[in-house]
Every structure is written in C-alpha cells, then in structure tokens.
Design a binder for this molecule. Structure first.
Ligand code: GTP
Ligand code: MG
Length: 288
C-alpha cells in the first residue's frame, strides 16, 4: 500500500481519506499509518525494499528505487494533541464546546448572542477560519479573550487540527476561564473527524441548507451531542420540512438533542443556555 506525499498532503488538508481507510467514518489510527515511498535513485534490485503488500507489478513499474520510509499517522498525531488539550482543560476546569457547521450556518452569530448572556460564567473563544480575522473582530466588543486561528498559512485545512488549537490555547488565561468556545472552520465534513479535546461537540444546521443533510453528512451529526437548527425565523419564507429534518436527525443519531434556534427572534436561546449550563455541570461532576 502506498501513500505518496501528494496524497498525504491532500489528506492533511482534509480533502481526502487515507488510502486503505478501513472505515471511512471512524478512522482507525492503526489503519491510517502508512509508509510513504519516495523513488529517487535508479539502480538496485527492483522491489528490493518494497513494503509487504506491494505487488510484483507495482515493483517492476516503479523500478529500482531508494526508498525513504516515512511513517506517519496524522490522525494519531491529532489524537495525541487532543488528549493533551483535554488534560489541560480538565486541570483548569474549563468546559470546551466545539461549534461545527457549514459556512454561514450562524456559529459566530450564536456566539454574539450567547456571550452577553453568560452571567458570571467566564468565557473565551478560539475562532477557526481558513483566512481573515473577521469573526474574532466581530466578537471583540464582548470583552472576552478571543484568539483567531487561521489554517491558511498551514495548508488551508478545512477543519481545526488539535496542534493548532493547542498552540492557540497558550495565548488564553485558562485559569480565568470557565467555558471555552471553539468555533471550527465552516465545513460539514472535516471538523467531525478531528478531536480537539473538547467536552462537547455541537453541530449547527440552518434551515436554508435542506432537511437531507444529516443523511448526506452523517458523521458530524453522530459525533455531536446537540444539534442547533438555526435561522428558524426564516421558516415562513421557505419550503422547509422541519419534521422531516428531525426524523433524519433521529435516524442518524437517536441520542442527539435537537434545539430550534434563531438569533433574530431569540427562539431557543434559553434552551441553548440551559443546555450549556447543564452539560457543564455534568462535566464538572465527572472530573471531581
Ligand atoms: N435570519 C437569520 N440570519 C442569521 C441567523 N444567524 C445568523 N444569521 C446570518 O447568517 C449569516 C452567517 O452567519 P455567521 O454567524 O457569520 O455564520 P458562521 O457559521 O459563523 O459562518 P463561518 O464562520 O463563515 O463558517 C450572517 O449574515 C448572519 O447575520 C438567524 O438566526 N437568522
Ligand atoms: Mg463564523
């Protein structure tokens, strides 16, 4: 099995799966670890250094080569960083929530209405985007620590990887924070695969996106504890089948809690805030 550098880069950017991926939705690090081979020097016996599952045809096709074995496991590396983040959050008693959705479903808008309503709970935000600090600037007026993470300079990942989150956390006064929101890069696929050490994953789906999305992109709905159906103020203007969406959500994840929410009308805000407080309470209890 070969996993060349182009493929590795493509996978690292979140645009592909590692070759030989046994279960496309629940990557197993052991399955992901591969050998990268770099053919560079002619000469030497064909296939002399080939990996066990090389076919004879592959070996003769590539000819003799000097082989550099590069063992890597991107998901495993992510998992290690996530475990260390989780430990740092536990030690500092910080409850972290990873907000995930398609671009524009309303993650930053949710934070804009949430931050002023947290009472004595001390919040901070990590803002993930490929480019720009626009979302961090939107949250600046709320007076909470906000760190923008841009994945653009690191290959343009369409999700936040744990190593970047770990670095960004260094800039936060964790001892003075109770609740950390991580706004992931807008994408309904990649963020679901990368553990960030968070306590809860929350997926937002706006009513303009279509009721079929849980069936088409199931992983993010399976991984989440809560689904916020956003922009419900727009429902009167849309041909959107809310019961069908709820049924699709249940089919994909019967345990998923679902809250309808609008940052415009205020629908669902109290329920969202209650969920946050309840879940934080449970997590604190678990770590004591
Ligand atoms: N009508 C309506 N519009 C909303 C609501 N929430 C957000 N919006 C609008 O939807 C657009 C996108 O909202 P954002 O909060 O920027 O979405 P986002 O998920 O943070 O987007 P990215 O960070 O780019 O992924 C903005 O124009 C918001 O004003 C809502 O409840 N109702
Ligand atoms: Mg945003």
């Amino acid at each position: 099995m070969r996993f060349d550098r182009a493929e590795a880069a493509r996978f690292h950017r979140g645009h592909g799966k590692p070759p030989g991926h046994a279960h496309p939705e629940h990557p197993d690090p052991a399955q992901v670890a591969r050998h990268a081979e770099v053919s560079s020097t002619p000469g030497g016996p064909a296939g002399a250094t080939g990996t066990a599952d090389d076919t004879e045809a592959e070996r003769s096709a590539t000819g003799a080569r000097r082989e550099i074995e590069v063992r890597f496991d991107l998901l495993d590396e992510n998992r290690r960083h996530a475990a260390s983040i989780r430990e740092r959050l536990r030690e500092a008693a910080v409850f972290a929530v990873n907000l995930m959705s398609s671009p524009g479903a309303g993650k930053t808008a949710l934070l804009e209405v949430t931050l002023p309503r947290l009472g004595s709970t001390r919040a901070a935000v990590l803002e993930g985007d490929i480019e720009t600090s626009a979302d961090a600037e939107r949250l600046a007026p709320f007076g909470v620590p906000v760190v923008q993470i841009n994945t653009g300079p690191f290959g343009g990942d369409c999700h936040l990887p744990a190593p970047l989150v770990a670095d960004a956390m260094e800039k936060l006064p964790l001892a003075e924070i109770d609740l950390l929101f991580i706004e992931n890069v807008g994408n309904l696929v990649c963020p679901a695969e990368f553990d960030l050490g968070e306590a809860r994953k929350v997926v937002l789906l706006s009513v303009t996106e279509g009721e079929d999305k849980p069936l088409k992109y199931p992983l993010i709905f399976r991984e989440s504890s809560l689904a916020l159906i956003t922009k419900t103020d727009l429902l009167p203007h849309l041909d959107f089948d809310l019961p069908r969406l709820e049924e699709n959500l249940r089919r994909v994840n019967p345990e998923l809690k679902v809250v309808q929410l609008s940052t415009r009308s205020g629908e669902g805000l109290e329920e969202w805030l209650k969920w946050l407080a309840d879940e934080r309470g449970k997590a604190t209890h678990l770590t004591e």
